[in-house]
Design a protein around this ligand. Structure first.
Ligand SMILES: *Cc1c(COP(=O)(O)O)cnc(C)c1O
Length: 364
C-alpha cells in the first residue's frame, strides 16, 4: 500500500502528461512559456479569484506576498506553531517576528478567539494555516484583521481544493499561497507554488517580485528575485488538473469512510467544522494515545504512516531565540504528541481502508 500513490496517478494520466512534457520540450520555451499563463488563468477561474501568479515553491508563495506588503524588521506577523516550518521561515527571512497563537483543539487550525490578545502596534498581518486540507475559520479571522487593519494571507499549501461556506480555499483572504510539491493535493513533478489574490495592487507587486522586480526587461522597479515556475511543471499540472475535481471528491469520500470506520473507537478522527463543505484531506490525520506503538504495528504490516508534525515550531532548536517554552502553546503540544497520518490518496480501495482501520484498532 502506498501512502500517496503518485505512480498510479501517472499511469492513469500518462498519455496526456507525456504529451505536455514533449510538447514543451519541442517548443523550447522553458521559462515563462504559455502553459504558465494558462495554468494561472485556469486555476484563478477555478477558484473564483481575479489573479494568480505561479512561482517556484509553496515557501516562496508565502514569502513573496510578505515582501509585497513590505514586511521588515520590527514587524510582527501572527500564525500558529502547529504548521510546517515554511510558514514561519518566511517571516524570519524578512527580519520580522512570528507571533504564535495556539490552535483550536478540534480543527488544529489557528484559534480565532486567541488572536486579538496577541495583536500589538507592530502587528502587520495574520497567516492562518489551513492544515491537513481543512480551512481555518476565515470569516472570523478576516473580521478581526479588518478591525485592526491587518492583511490576511491563507497558507493554503495543504488546502487547494477545500471548500469553506461554499467558497474555495485560496479565495478567502487578501492573498493566499499554495504549494505544488508532488505529494500535495495538486502536485507537480518537482517544486512549484502559486499565489492568488483579487487585489490589483498586490497582484502587480507579487508578479513583479517573482521576476526580479522587473517591469519590462532590465527595468528593476523593486527588489525581487527569481521565483519563477518552469513551463514543464505548468504543463504537467495542466494535464493533471483535468482530473483534480474528480480526485477531490474521491478524497472526500475516502475521508468519510475512514471516519465512519473509526466511530466508537478510541481514535480521534479528523473533525470537520460546520463551515467546511469539503476537506481535501491533504493528510488524513488521527490522534491516538499510544502513537509510537501504533506506528510500529502498522509498519510491521507494511502500512506506511507519517507524523505532521511531531514538534511544534516554538520548541524547535533553531527557533529558540523566540523564547519558546514547554507549556506555552498547550493545545499544539498535546496534538503534536498524539497526531499521526494514514495513507490518503484518491486511489485507495475500500479494502485498503478496511486493512488500515483494522490494523489501527488492533494496535490500540
Ligand atoms: C508544504 C507546505 C509548505 C511549503 O511548500 P513547499 O512547496 O514545500 O515550499 C508551506 N506550508 C505548509 C502548511 C505546507 O504544508
Amino acid at each position: 500500500m502506498e501512502y500517496i500513490d503518485l505512480k498510479k496517478q501517472y499511469k492513469l494520466y500518462k498519455e496526456e502528461i507525456d504529451k505536455k512534457i514533449w510538447d514543451n520540450i519541442n517548443n523550447a520555451t522553458f521559462i515563462n512559456g504559455k502553459d504558465v499563463t494558462e495554468l494561472e488563468n485556469t486555476l484563478a477561474s477555478y477558484l473564483g479569484v481575479k489573479y494568480a501568479v505561479a512561482c517556484s515553491t509553496g515557501t516562496d508563495a508565502l514569502l513573496i506576498p510578505l515582501m509585497a506588503y513590505g514586511i521588515k524588521a520590527g514587524d510582527e506577523v501572527i500564525t500558529t506553531p502547529f504548521t510546517f516550518a515554511a510558514t514561519v521561515e518566511v517571516i524570519f527571512m524578512l527580519g520580522a517576528k512570528p507571533v504564535f497563537v495556539d490552535i483550536d483543539e478540534r480543527t488544529y487550525n489557528i484559534d480565532p478567539s486567541k488572536i486579538e490578545a496577541k495583536i500589538t502596534k507592530n502587528t502587520k498581518g495574520i497567516i492562518p494555516v489551513s492544515l491537513y486540507g481543512q480551512t481555518a475559520d476565515m470569516d472570523e479571522i478576516n473580521r478581526i484583521a479588518k478591525n485592526h487593519n491587518l492583511f490576511v494571507m491563507e497558507d493554503a499549501c495543504q488546502s487547494f481544493g477545500a471548500i469553506y461556506k461554499g467558497k474555495r480555499s485560496c479565495a478567502l483572504s487578501d492573498v493566499s499561497a499554495t504549494s505544488f510539491f508532488p505529494s500535495k493535493p495538486l502536485g507537480c513533478y518537482g517544486d512549484g507554488g502559486m499565489m492568488f489574490t483579487s487585489n490589483k495592487d498586490i497582484y502587480e507587486k507579487i508578479k513583479c517580485i517573482a521576476n526580479h522586480g522587473q517591469q519590462g526587461r532590465y527595468n528593476h522597479v523593486m527588489l525581487g528575485l527569481n521565483f519563477r515556475l518552469d513551463t514543464l511543471q505548468a504543463g504537467i499540472m495542466l494535464a493533471k488538473f483535468k482530473y483534480f475535481e474528480d480526485e477531490a471528491e474521491k478524497r472526500k469520500a475516502i475521508g468519510a469512510k475512514y471516519t465512519e470506520a473509526f466511530k466508537g473507537s478510541e481514535v480521534i478522527a479528523p473533525y470537520l467544522a460546520p463551515y467546511t463543505d469539503r476537506s481535501i484531506y491533504a493528510q488524513y490525520s488521527i490522534r491516538v494515545k499510544n502513537r509510537d506503538a501504533v506506528i510500529k504495528k502498522l509498519t510491521e504490516k507494511g502500512i506506511p504512516t507519517a507524523v505532521h508534525y511531531p514538534v511544534p515550531l516554538h520548541l524547535q532548536p533553531g527557533y529558540q531565540y523566540l523564547g519558546g517554552k514547554n507549556g506555552q502553546y498547550p493545545v499544539s503540544e498535546a496534538v503534536a504528541n498524539e497526531i499521526m497520518s494514514l495513507p490518503m490518496h484518491p486511489f485507495l480501495t475500500d479494502e485498503d481502508i478496511n486493512t488500515v482501520v483494522k490494523a489501527v484498532k488492533e494496535a490500540l
